[in-house]
Ligand binder design. Sequence first.
Ligand code: ATP
Length: 136
Amino acid sequence: MVVIGLGRFGRSLALELADEDTEVLGIDENPEVVQLLSGSLTHAVRADSTKEDALRQLAVHEFDRAVVAIGTDLEASILTASLLISFGIENVWAKATSEAHGRILTQLGVQHVVYPEHDMGQRVAHLVRGRMLDYI
Ligand code: ATP
């Protein structure tokens, strides 16, 4: 499994997978982030994921599962997702920060688009509602 972008979302995802004994290649362009996670993931590497050569050097095209966990930088998210799709990776997940972002990712051919902030908001609403029912 490749996780690209090791911000709060990508880091949490990568560490959880690594805890379950999944081999995880984590990629981030920020050397401090990579340094921080180097002991916890199978491999943590500094690279710009919008560069095809960089991804090929890391053999990303040979994986069958990858997650694009870059949100704020729309251009980096889209360019990275586009490369993963062009590699023919069977299962690509990507985080979207807005509906428009998600639509573009789907149009590129990303199989699984996730909206962490939106989904977590819904989950918390269910929890709050459940807690409110406890008092009725
Ligand atoms: P979170 O909420 O999960 O922290 P975010 O959407 O606020 O995420 P982003 O700025 O989108 O954070 O980036 C998440 C991570 O992706 C950062 O650690 C950033 O260094 C990394 N990143 C951004 N662009 C690239 C890129 N082109 N190549 C590799 N890593 C990148």
